[in-house]
Design a protein around this ligand. Structure first.
Ligand code: ZN
Length: 271
Protein backbone atom coordinates (compact mmCIF):
# COMPACT_ATOMS: atom_id res chain seq x y z
CA UNK A 1 0.00 0.00 0.00
CA UNK A 2 1.31 3.53 -0.67
CA UNK A 3 0.17 7.15 -0.55
CA UNK A 4 1.37 10.78 -1.13
CA UNK A 5 0.20 13.60 1.22
CA UNK A 6 0.52 17.37 0.78
CA UNK A 7 3.40 19.13 2.62
CA UNK A 8 3.00 22.59 4.22
CA UNK A 9 6.18 24.50 3.31
CA UNK A 10 7.37 27.70 1.65
CA UNK A 11 10.42 25.89 0.30
CA UNK A 12 9.24 24.99 -3.19
CA UNK A 13 11.43 23.71 -6.02
CA UNK A 14 11.93 26.20 -8.89
CA UNK A 15 8.67 26.50 -10.82
CA UNK A 16 6.57 24.38 -8.42
CA UNK A 17 3.33 25.56 -6.80
CA UNK A 18 2.97 22.82 -4.17
CA UNK A 19 4.91 20.03 -2.53
CA UNK A 20 3.86 16.51 -1.76
CA UNK A 21 5.59 13.87 0.28
CA UNK A 22 7.01 10.92 -1.61
CA UNK A 23 4.60 8.00 -1.80
CA UNK A 24 5.49 5.68 1.09
CA UNK A 25 5.17 1.93 1.01
CA UNK A 26 4.13 -0.36 3.82
CA UNK A 27 4.49 -4.11 3.34
CA UNK A 28 2.38 -6.86 4.89
CA UNK A 29 4.19 -10.20 5.05
CA UNK A 30 1.59 -12.89 5.61
CA UNK A 31 1.61 -16.45 6.90
CA UNK A 32 -1.49 -18.65 6.99
CA UNK A 33 -2.98 -16.73 9.92
CA UNK A 34 -0.42 -14.28 11.21
CA UNK A 35 1.27 -11.34 9.54
CA UNK A 36 4.05 -8.81 10.07
CA UNK A 37 3.77 -5.21 8.85
CA UNK A 38 6.96 -3.50 7.70
CA UNK A 39 6.92 0.32 8.06
CA UNK A 40 3.87 2.58 8.40
CA UNK A 41 2.86 6.02 7.06
CA UNK A 42 2.98 9.60 8.43
CA UNK A 43 -0.45 11.07 9.13
CA UNK A 44 -3.14 9.63 11.38
CA UNK A 45 -5.56 9.58 8.45
CA UNK A 46 -3.15 7.65 6.22
CA UNK A 47 -2.49 5.20 9.02
CA UNK A 48 -6.20 4.64 9.65
CA UNK A 49 -6.50 3.60 6.02
CA UNK A 50 -3.47 1.39 6.43
CA UNK A 51 -5.04 -0.27 9.50
CA UNK A 52 -8.21 -0.91 7.48
CA UNK A 53 -6.17 -2.42 4.67
CA UNK A 54 -4.43 -4.76 7.13
CA UNK A 55 -7.78 -5.65 8.71
CA UNK A 56 -9.20 -6.55 5.28
CA UNK A 57 -6.39 -9.07 4.82
CA UNK A 58 -8.06 -11.08 7.60
CA UNK A 59 -4.63 -11.78 9.13
CA UNK A 60 -3.69 -11.54 12.75
CA UNK A 61 -1.05 -8.80 12.97
CA UNK A 62 1.61 -10.06 15.38
CA UNK A 63 4.36 -7.51 14.78
CA UNK A 64 5.23 -4.17 13.21
CA UNK A 65 8.81 -3.63 12.16
CA UNK A 66 10.59 -0.41 11.13
CA UNK A 67 13.42 -0.60 8.60
CA UNK A 68 14.93 2.73 9.74
CA UNK A 69 14.33 5.61 12.11
CA UNK A 70 12.77 8.24 9.81
CA UNK A 71 9.42 9.35 11.21
CA UNK A 72 7.55 8.87 7.94
CA UNK A 73 8.04 5.10 8.38
CA UNK A 74 6.99 4.67 12.04
CA UNK A 75 4.71 7.51 13.17
CA UNK A 76 1.70 5.31 12.37
CA UNK A 77 2.39 2.57 14.88
CA UNK A 78 0.07 3.99 17.58
CA UNK A 79 -2.83 4.22 15.09
CA UNK A 80 -2.24 0.69 13.79
CA UNK A 81 -2.13 -0.64 17.36
CA UNK A 82 -5.52 0.84 18.16
CA UNK A 83 -6.84 -1.91 15.85
CA UNK A 84 -4.18 -4.49 16.65
CA UNK A 85 -3.27 -3.94 20.32
CA UNK A 86 -1.34 -7.21 20.52
CA UNK A 87 1.09 -6.38 17.72
CA UNK A 88 4.62 -5.87 19.04
CA UNK A 89 6.63 -3.01 17.57
CA UNK A 90 10.25 -4.07 17.09
CA UNK A 91 13.36 -2.59 15.50
CA UNK A 92 17.12 -3.05 15.86
CA UNK A 93 18.82 -1.00 18.59
CA UNK A 94 20.57 1.32 16.10
CA UNK A 95 17.30 2.12 14.36
CA UNK A 96 15.77 3.04 17.73
CA UNK A 97 18.54 5.62 18.28
CA UNK A 98 17.49 7.48 15.11
CA UNK A 99 13.81 6.99 15.96
CA UNK A 100 14.26 8.70 19.35
CA UNK A 101 15.91 11.68 17.66
CA UNK A 102 13.04 11.96 15.14
CA UNK A 103 10.42 11.78 17.91
CA UNK A 104 12.24 14.30 20.16
CA UNK A 105 10.25 17.49 20.79
CA UNK A 106 12.69 19.64 18.79
CA UNK A 107 12.75 17.55 15.59
CA UNK A 108 9.10 16.56 15.83
CA UNK A 109 7.98 20.21 16.03
CA UNK A 110 10.44 21.87 13.65
CA UNK A 111 10.48 19.22 10.97
CA UNK A 112 7.38 17.01 11.14
CA UNK A 113 4.58 18.98 12.76
CA UNK A 114 5.44 22.11 10.74
CA UNK A 115 5.01 20.14 7.50
CA UNK A 116 1.91 18.19 8.59
CA UNK A 117 0.37 20.45 11.26
CA UNK A 118 -1.87 18.55 13.67
CA UNK A 119 -1.97 15.56 11.33
CA UNK A 120 0.58 13.29 13.02
CA UNK A 121 0.22 11.25 16.23
CA UNK A 122 1.79 13.67 18.75
CA UNK A 123 3.09 10.81 20.91
CA UNK A 124 4.90 8.50 18.50
CA UNK A 125 5.48 4.99 19.79
CA UNK A 126 9.16 4.00 20.00
CA UNK A 127 10.01 0.40 19.12
CA UNK A 128 11.25 -2.18 21.58
CA UNK A 129 14.62 -3.62 20.72
CA UNK A 130 14.63 -6.64 18.45
CA UNK A 131 16.69 -9.28 20.18
CA UNK A 132 18.98 -10.84 17.58
CA UNK A 133 18.21 -10.27 13.92
CA UNK A 134 15.23 -12.54 13.27
CA UNK A 135 11.47 -12.03 13.48
CA UNK A 136 9.76 -15.40 13.26
CA UNK A 137 6.52 -15.76 11.33
CA UNK A 138 4.91 -19.20 11.51
CA UNK A 139 8.31 -20.92 11.44
CA UNK A 140 9.76 -18.77 8.61
CA UNK A 141 12.51 -16.27 9.27
CA UNK A 142 12.36 -12.56 8.49
CA UNK A 143 15.94 -11.39 8.84
CA UNK A 144 16.96 -7.83 9.65
CA UNK A 145 20.08 -6.91 7.65
CA UNK A 146 22.18 -3.95 8.74
CA UNK A 147 22.94 -1.52 5.89
CA UNK A 148 24.59 1.51 7.53
CA UNK A 149 23.88 4.92 6.00
CA UNK A 150 21.38 5.02 3.14
CA UNK A 151 18.88 7.91 3.21
CA UNK A 152 19.74 8.35 6.91
CA UNK A 153 22.07 6.71 9.43
CA UNK A 154 21.80 3.16 10.80
CA UNK A 155 19.32 1.74 8.30
CA UNK A 156 18.34 -1.86 7.60
CA UNK A 157 16.36 -3.98 5.19
CA UNK A 158 14.24 -7.02 5.99
CA UNK A 159 15.11 -10.18 4.08
CA UNK A 160 12.71 -13.10 3.76
CA UNK A 161 14.87 -15.90 2.28
CA UNK A 162 12.00 -18.39 1.90
CA UNK A 163 10.27 -16.17 -0.70
CA UNK A 164 13.28 -14.22 -2.03
CA UNK A 165 11.89 -10.94 -0.75
CA UNK A 166 13.80 -7.87 0.39
CA UNK A 167 11.81 -5.05 1.97
CA UNK A 168 14.45 -2.41 1.36
CA UNK A 169 13.13 0.52 3.35
CA UNK A 170 14.76 3.68 1.98
CA UNK A 171 17.90 1.91 0.77
CA UNK A 172 16.12 1.55 -2.59
CA UNK A 173 13.77 3.94 -4.37
CA UNK A 174 11.40 2.88 -7.12
CA UNK A 175 10.74 5.60 -9.71
CA UNK A 176 10.72 8.34 -7.03
CA UNK A 177 13.46 10.99 -6.59
CA UNK A 178 16.00 9.76 -4.04
CA UNK A 179 16.34 11.71 -0.77
CA UNK A 180 20.03 12.62 -0.48
CA UNK A 181 19.70 15.66 1.79
CA UNK A 182 21.51 13.88 4.65
CA UNK A 183 24.32 12.60 2.42
CA UNK A 184 27.97 13.47 1.88
CA UNK A 185 30.50 12.06 -0.60
CA UNK A 186 31.43 9.41 2.03
CA UNK A 187 27.91 8.41 2.97
CA UNK A 188 26.88 8.23 -0.69
CA UNK A 189 29.61 5.60 -1.05
CA UNK A 190 28.23 3.85 2.03
CA UNK A 191 24.82 3.82 0.37
CA UNK A 192 26.31 2.20 -2.77
CA UNK A 193 27.79 -0.52 -0.51
CA UNK A 194 24.36 -1.03 1.08
CA UNK A 195 22.93 -1.65 -2.38
CA UNK A 196 25.71 -4.19 -3.01
CA UNK A 197 24.60 -6.00 0.17
CA UNK A 198 20.99 -6.15 -1.04
CA UNK A 199 22.13 -7.46 -4.42
CA UNK A 200 24.23 -10.17 -2.73
CA UNK A 201 21.00 -11.55 -1.20
CA UNK A 202 19.86 -12.31 -4.78
CA UNK A 203 16.25 -11.25 -4.17
CA UNK A 204 13.39 -11.98 -6.62
CA UNK A 205 11.47 -8.93 -5.35
CA UNK A 206 12.65 -5.68 -3.76
CA UNK A 207 10.09 -3.35 -2.20
CA UNK A 208 11.32 0.25 -2.00
CA UNK A 209 10.37 2.47 0.95
CA UNK A 210 9.25 5.07 -1.59
CA UNK A 211 7.77 3.77 -4.83
CA UNK A 212 5.49 4.88 -7.61
CA UNK A 213 2.11 3.32 -6.77
CA UNK A 214 1.56 0.21 -8.86
CA UNK A 215 5.12 -0.11 -10.14
CA UNK A 216 6.72 -3.52 -10.13
CA UNK A 217 8.90 -4.51 -7.13
CA UNK A 218 11.70 -5.59 -9.42
CA UNK A 219 15.28 -6.20 -8.19
CA UNK A 220 16.26 -3.87 -11.06
CA UNK A 221 15.52 -0.91 -8.74
CA UNK A 222 18.73 -1.71 -6.85
CA UNK A 223 20.87 -0.82 -9.87
CA UNK A 224 18.59 2.10 -10.74
CA UNK A 225 19.07 3.57 -7.24
CA UNK A 226 22.83 3.02 -7.49
CA UNK A 227 22.92 4.82 -10.84
CA UNK A 228 20.86 7.73 -9.50
CA UNK A 229 23.26 8.17 -6.55
CA UNK A 230 26.31 8.04 -8.86
CA UNK A 231 24.73 10.64 -11.17
CA UNK A 232 23.90 12.87 -8.20
CA UNK A 233 27.44 12.50 -6.86
CA UNK A 234 28.99 13.38 -10.21
CA UNK A 235 26.71 16.37 -10.86
CA UNK A 236 27.04 17.62 -7.26
CA UNK A 237 30.82 17.76 -7.77
CA UNK A 238 30.43 19.65 -11.05
CA UNK A 239 27.92 22.33 -9.92
CA UNK A 240 27.93 25.24 -7.48
CA UNK A 241 24.32 26.05 -6.64
CA UNK A 242 21.31 24.00 -5.55
CA UNK A 243 19.42 25.26 -8.63
CA UNK A 244 22.09 24.00 -11.02
CA UNK A 245 22.26 20.59 -9.35
CA UNK A 246 18.46 20.35 -9.28
CA UNK A 247 18.03 21.32 -12.94
CA UNK A 248 20.71 18.98 -14.22
CA UNK A 249 19.39 15.99 -12.24
CA UNK A 250 15.84 16.78 -13.33
CA UNK A 251 16.97 16.83 -16.97
CA UNK A 252 18.42 13.34 -16.43
CA UNK A 253 15.39 12.05 -14.47
CA UNK A 254 12.38 13.99 -15.78
CA UNK A 255 9.80 11.32 -14.99
CA UNK A 256 10.51 10.25 -11.42
CA UNK A 257 7.86 11.17 -8.87
CA UNK A 258 8.37 13.98 -6.37
CA UNK A 259 10.97 16.48 -7.64
CA UNK A 260 10.50 18.08 -4.18
CA UNK A 261 12.71 15.31 -2.76
CA UNK A 262 15.38 16.19 -5.36
CA UNK A 263 15.10 19.83 -4.32
CA UNK A 264 15.69 18.85 -0.66
CA UNK A 265 18.71 16.80 -1.74
CA UNK A 266 20.15 19.68 -3.76
CA UNK A 267 19.57 22.18 -0.93
CA UNK A 268 20.97 19.71 1.59
CA UNK A 269 24.31 19.27 -0.14
CA UNK A 270 24.69 22.87 -1.40
CA UNK A 271 23.74 24.74 1.80
ZN1 ZN B 1 13.88 7.49 5.13
Amino acid sequence: MSTQPLVVTGDLPPGATERRWSPISSTLISGRQDAVLVDTFITVEQNRQLAEWVEKSGKNLVAIHATHGHGDHFFGVGTIRQRFPNARFVAPRDVITVMRRQASAAVFESFWNSRFPGQIDANPVIAEELSGTVIELEGEELVSVSLGHTDTDKTTCLHVPSIGLVVAGDAAYNDVHVYLAESSVDTRNEWISALDIIESLKPCAVVAGHKRPGSEDSPRIVEETRQYIRDFDRIAAATTTAEELYNRMLALYPDRLNPGALWSSARGVKS
